[in-house]
Write a protein that binds this ligand. Structure first.
Ligand code: IMP
Ligand code: MG
Length: 188
């Protein structure tokens, strides 16, 4: 049966990835990760804030003992364009030396944030360091980063929902939606 057409917020052009598609793909990622990390207790590191919804769904599908910690990277301002270099504004609370670390990211765009984080964590001598990213926007990549587990490859559009925001809005949407392109100021 076709789902009922949904009412979208005014600035959302359409649904790119539905709730059902997200659920299915998160399950697949969880299966791959739990097979690879069997017998270990990985530390999942999620950059705040965008990755928290994905992380919450992912860990409940992993079915294995694990730990969670967070960092906060500053890269984007309130809008949709990058604002300067990446900084770590909240560090881990866990010593990762000798740990199996899995970075859980919401989206890789230019690769600057993830590249910075990988470098910063690698210096702390983890036993292993891998990356799981829900969304990959390869068209704007400036820095080559290795993504070991990838949810979806998406086109170069600004997306929101499922934790991702635009100026702190739309994180609560259960799907990944495409923002309308900015239009010249209305004259009507
Ligand atoms: P990068 O450093 O350019 O790869 O950007 C990564 C970060 O920018 C992500 O973790 C997001 O916080 C943000 N970002 C990039 N593209 C989008 C988008 O389409 N929607 C919302 N946030 C985005
Ligand atoms: Mg992020």
């Amino acid at each position: 049966m076709m789902p009922m057409p949904r009412e979208l917020p005014p600035n959302i052009e359409g649904v790119l990835i539905s709730e059902q598609e997200l659920e299915r793909r998160v399950g697949e990622l969880a299966s791959a990760i739990s097979a690879d990390y069997a017998g270990r207790r990985p530390l999942l590191v999620a950059p705040l804030k965008g990755a928290f919804v994905f992380l919450a769904d992912l860990i409940r599908r992993l079915g294995m003992p694990l730990e969670v910690d967070f960092v906060r990277l500053a890269s984007y301002g309130a809008g949709t364009e990058p604002s300067g270099p990446v900084r770590l504004t909240k560090d881990l609370e866990t010593d990762i030396a000798g740990r199996d670390v899995l970075i859980v990211e919401d989206i890789v765009d230019t690769g600057e944030s993830l590249g910075y984080l990988i470098e910063a964590l690698q210096r702390r001598s983890p036993a292993s360091l891998h990356v799981c990213a829900l969304l990959d926007k390869p068209e704007r990549r400036r820095r080559d980063v290795r993504v070991d587990y990838r949810g979806f490859t998406i086109p170069d559009r600004f997306v929101v929902g499922y934790g991702l925001d635009c100026g702190e809005k739309y994180r609560e949407l259960p799907y990944v939606g495409i923002m309308k392109r900015e239009t010249p100021s209305p004259s009507e």
